[in-house]
Design a protein around this ligand. Sequence first.
Ligand code: ARG
Length: 587
Amino acid sequence: MASVTSLAASVHQRVADALSAALPEAGSADPLLRRSDRADFQANGMLALAKKLKGNPRELATKVVAEIGENALFKEVEVSGPGFLNITITDRAITQTLAARADDDRLGVPLKENPGVTVIDYAQPNVAKEMHVGHLRSAVIGDALRHLLDFTGEQTIGRHHIGDWGTQFGMLIQYLIENPGELAPAADVDGEQAMSNLNRVYKASRAVFDTDEQFKERARKRVVALQSGDAETLDLWQRFVDESKVYFYSVFEKLDMEIRDDEIVGESAYNDMMTETARLLEESGVAVRSEGALVVFFDEIRGKDDQPVPLIVQKADGGFGYAASDLSAIRNRVFDLKATTLLYVVDVRQSLHFRMVFETARRAGWLSDDITAHNMGYGTVLGADGKPFKTRAGETVRLEDLLDEAAERATAVVREKGASIGLTEQEITENGAQVGIGAVKYADLSTSPSRDYKFDLDQMVSLNGDTSVYLQYAYARIRSIFRKAGDAAPAAHPELPLAPAERALGLHLDQFGETVAEAAEAYEPHKLAAYLYSLASLFTTFYDQCPVLKAEGGPDQIANRLFLCELTARTLHQGMALLGIRTPERL
Ligand code: ARG
């Protein structure tokens, strides 16, 4: 494991050094380096600096060039326009840097200097309820963030804060007591049956609950029995949880996502802490009694009529709700799990809830200044009509149906080409599933999480444009080059000159580490998606312009181009894996 300094970072360093040598009074000034179309890089920093010190920017730029002097990294540094530097680096430096990346399992991507512990709250469906597209986003974004953070060396702990507690369980359990045998033991069912059983029990119990006052009363008492830990009640509650887990796991499997049982720690898990949480808040004066309930007020948070909106820790009837479980979870995550960052991948519509919960925890001293709490609120999934995604009948779309349809459409796409490259029927369906689920994930991850996006399967499985299929085809194309390569093997040849398309591809490959670090740091998987899309596009251009196996320069050039191909494939594969997307070998 050796992290590799990127060319951009080396150039930045050299120009910064030259800048402070040329202008000692400026101290350490930022040369403002960026990629450029005219040369490889452009440095703009001399402009603002000269202005500030009332000097001439062109003169300053000329001095900087002199300070840079002769150097193996730079092919040409020229002053341009009002005082920019246009910087071209040598082909040798490009190939050598890429060779160092290729030598490393991690492609030279550095590890974080001071990694912490991030508890990431994501993929949190609700017991006895169908999963919908909102749960899809949390799962997909959370999974990608987790891969990204892990890859930078951060320690991550997953928490699937499932909705497995609350008053609705009184109704469900009471119904089951009065109608035994309605829920078969979980071991005997598959995910789909499990959900349809739960749906049936839910609907039936709801119907009685809404029409029978006496049942309603019995259901209410059942909630009390549940919260106080009555054995029979807990037993039946567990049955709902187990049945639901069968269903959750079947969906997560379709999503090609690994969910660990010990990380499914739902609202109920904090039940034993809730009384203490309330006591601590009341004793410290953070929460106050108001009309019998225990609440926290915030000056800045006001609702309609400018009335303060309180966070309810405990209801007047003594019951605890969503906020109490989240507050208790914070105590657990900070004091027991030793989290330094709490990350919540939860719908932006819950952002007010989290603002209040975080503020309460700060006032209580559970969140200190060195602990970051962040709600990665994500936007809504929209239908083609631009409204929240619903079926024609106006119902929420079942997640499994949607994933199945994506796999089906993708399989049709794979089949079309698959015949000509001799894919077996089994490979077609396997790849189809990987392409379909990848398409769904990529569409989600390639937009900024805070934005809404349209769920459009036709666009998602399209071979052209910014889709995962396009990236997967680029990867498969490279693999196919290697199948045809015979004895030719990849090897870096720094002595060879590079064609423009090779330089562009190489410089982009070199940016992988910085892109990963930035995407992880800012929780922005879409930056990585955008990087990978550019990578695939640059590869396509390279492939069109630079013959690989028939390179005119002979065996060394063939080897060097294969080397570029291989590094591209590895980068695509690694980058897609960080997004939770597979790259089939043959498409
Ligand atoms: N189960 C909730 C829902 O479906 C999401 C839970 C989010 N996590 C949390 N710690 N509150 O809306």
